[in-house]
Design a protein around this ligand. Structure first.
Ligand code: ADP
Ligand code: MG
Length: 265
């Protein structure tokens, strides 16, 4: 999708439909509805996007606009009610449950709002866990470097109950980064962090995204985080309504504020 800043995103450019795309993340007309009693409530009303290799893309929008739901659908954690999602050129709908699980383990990383750390394990052991569970020997140097990159060298032997929310969030992020996944989905990865550690985490996500063969999609409320991304997609009421490329913090903040005042109008 190639749009100029400020234009409305309706559909991918011709010739770049996800059906033929090898983009790491490709979605076409994704809809998601939930059953609420007898009523069906549609949350996503047809979302189309692509994230290219070596790209970090932010998703912003008012609370309740469907950002997390979109992330779950793209990451294969929720099944879209309609539409098409492909990761690395492979349509998720064509994968068996086992193949989807295998792909998620091998190629995708999730940084979600719940950290899912094991309280009895140290920070290092938590970061090692995906290796240990997979029967692999954890790469000690990579684990150490990753903890250092998110500012946790001093807390490597600490256990989650003795850590602040921000420290736990960074352990969860380090656990994902140490897997070196091709695609990272992050939902508010700096939500619990102060300015300095937030910048560390953001720098690591950008670094991962700009590595050949990789990309990152990040949901954020923070215009500073979004402005550090290559592109920002704006969501309102279950639709992508705007896109900025290379925008300043001020421009991102103003666009977001514009969405909030229009919400429900
Ligand atoms: P955001 O992340 O932008 O704040 P969400 O994707 O979490 O928004 O939620 C969008 C809307 O979908 C909200 O109104 C929320 O209540 C609703 N929603 C999310 N998950 C479910 C679910 N499992 N069942 C029913 N409604 C849901
Ligand atoms: Mg959310």
């Amino acid at each position: 999708m190639h749009t100029t800043p400020g234009t409305t995103v309706l559909a991918p450019a011709a010739g770049a439909t996800p059906h033929t795309s090898t983009a790491p993340i490709a979605a076409q007309d994704v809809r998601k509805a939930y059953q609420a009693g007898k009523e069906t409530v549609e949350i996503l009303h047809g979302v189309s996007l692509q994230v290219q290799e070596q790209e970090i893309v932010a998703v912003m929008g008012p609370s309740g606009s469907g950002k997390s739901t979109l992330l779950y659908c793209l990451a294969g954690l929720e099944l879209p009610s309609d539409g098409f999602v492909a990761i690395g050129g492979r349509p998720l709908a064509s994968l068996s449950r086992a193949d989807l699980a295998r792909m998620r383990r091998a190629e995708l990383g999730f940084v979600f709002q719940s950290y899912n750390l094991i309280p009895t394990l140290t920070a290092t052991e938590n970061v090692e866990l995906p290796y240990t569970l997979g029967g692999k020997r954890p790469p000690a140097e990579l684990i150490r470097d990753t903890l250092a990159a998110v500012g946790l060298t001093d807390r490597a032997q600490a256990r989650p109950p003795s850590m602040s929310g921000g420290e736990q969030q960074r352990v969860a992020l380090a656990r994902v980064l140490a897997q070196q996944p091709r695609v990272i989905f992050a939902d508010e990865p700096t939500g619990a962090l102060d300015t300095r550690t937030g910048e560390l985490v953001l720098a690591e996500l950008v670094r991962s995204a700009h590595t050949p063969g990789r990309c990152v999609l990040v949901v954020t409320h923070d215009p500073k985080v979004a402005a550090a991304c290559d592109r920002v997609l704006f969501m309102r009421d279950g639709l992508l309504v705007d896109e900025l490329r290379g925008a300043s913090v001020g421009r991102v903040a103003a666009t977001l504020a514009g969405l909030s005042t229009q919400q429900g109008a």
